[in-house]
Every structure is written in C-alpha cells, then in structure tokens.
Design a binder for this molecule. Structure first.
Ligand code: FES
Length: 63
C-alpha cells in the first residue's frame, strides 16, 4: 500500500526503515516521505507507533 503518494513510498518501505530509525521523523528523513504536501506524516508516525507497540508486546510475552 502506498503511504506517501507524493514520492510513491509504500508501507513496506517504511516498515523496513523502522528498525534503523529512532523516530518517525528519522524514517521520513531517510525515505523522503512527508517532504512535500505532508499529508502522509500522520500515517508514517502511526506505522512507527504500531511497530513500537508490537515490539513491546512481544517483549512482554517472553518475560
Ligand atoms: S503524501 Fe507524502 S509528502 Fe505528500
């Protein structure tokens, strides 16, 4: 699914960068999403937040 229509950046590309980046802003800096109209920024931040919740949940499950 395309998240950033200005630069044709997919959710898969964003998810691939999340592990390398500390924040949603870092993800956007690396892939270019959010640098034009900005309408995708909330979606990128949501993907990062979803990833962080998933990581925390899986860490709790193993403790
Ligand atoms: S949709 Fe991402 S900058 Fe416009």
């Amino acid at each position: 699914m395309i998240v950033c229509h200005c630069f044709a950046i997919s959710d898969a590309r964003i998810r691939a960068l999340i592990g390398e980046c500390a924040t949603g802003r870092d993800v956007m800096f690396k892939c270019g999403a959010g640098r034009d109209c900005g309408s995708c920024r909330a979606a990128v931040e949501a993907l990062v937040a979803q990833h962080r919740v998933g990581v925390r949940s899986s860490q709790r499950a193993t403790c």
